[in-house]
Design a protein. Structure first.
Length: 235
């Protein structure tokens, strides 16, 4: 007997659409994002906060979860760490090209579009696979705050607050309940950490987090580790 069309291998290449208009490998990539450690981002009138849970493994030091792309742009991702490392390296190159070519810092929206275009190109050609990550870019640019989400297929969204990675739904519920544009820096940091804790597995107990803060007063990325976060919240 012949196989029905619905049973054909529509996931064999990114250049194949399924009969209902889906690119199956991109959907696989989105599932890979859900396996990564949780990351959250939010922007207020005063700052942008990106935070990520640092997973611990026996005898292995946890990897960085938030990254400086340029003096005014930070990023975090969820999914395959090797894919994330390669993509953020490209983001840094794009940022430096802007400095060398035009003598000015890159607009975070332009950077997000460039990275989105790059991700989308991996859905057009045979012999490649989509990146198994989703990325958040946060920035203060021209005294305004920006937060962009870029998904594995290259779609770009401007966000007030969002979460990606494992159990992202629980983190988003905390963000929805506590988010206000007028949050202070300290309150925004606490909300981001509360969202990470809500997404953590119950048996994990206290999480270890890393956070990037970009304040509108300085416009510069500040990376805070767990010890610095604890001291800040106690103050």
């Amino acid at each position: 007997m012949f196989s029905q069309p619905s049973q054909f291998g529509y996931d064999k290449a990114t250049v194949i659409f399924s009969p209902d208009g889906r690119i199956i490998q991109v959907e696989y990539a989105r599932e890979a994002v859900k396996m990564g450690s949780t990351a959250v981002g939010l922007k207020t009138n005063n700052c942008v906060v990106l935070a990520g849970q640092k997973r611990a493994f026996e005898l292995i030091e946890s990897a960085d979860k938030v990254f400086k792309i340029d003096e005014h742009i930070a990023s975090t991702f969820s999914g395959y760490s090797a894919d994330g490392r390669a993509l953020l390296s490209r983001a840094r190159v794009e940022s430096q090209i802007e400095r060398i070519t035009y003598g000015e810092v890159i607009d975070p929206e332009v950077l997000s579009e460039k990275i989105g275009d790059y991700l989308q190109s991996f859905t057009q050609y045979g012999g490649v696979r989509p990146f198994g990550i989703a990325v958040l870019f946060g920035s203060v640019y021209e005294s305004d705050t920006f937060l962009y989400f870029v998904d594995p297929g290259g779609a770009i969204f401007s966000c007030l607050a969002t979460a990606i990675g494992a159990n992202e739904g629980a983190a988003k519920e905390v963000l929805k309940a506590g988010y206000k544009k007028t949050l202070s820096n300290k309150a925004a940091i606490k909300l981001a950490l509360d969202a990470l804790k809500a997404a953590a597995d119950e048996e994990e107990g206290k999480i270890t987090a890393e956070l990037a803060l970009i304040d509108t007063k300085t416009g510069k990325v500040q990376i805070l580790n767990q010890k610095q976060l604890d001291e800040l919240l106690k103050a």
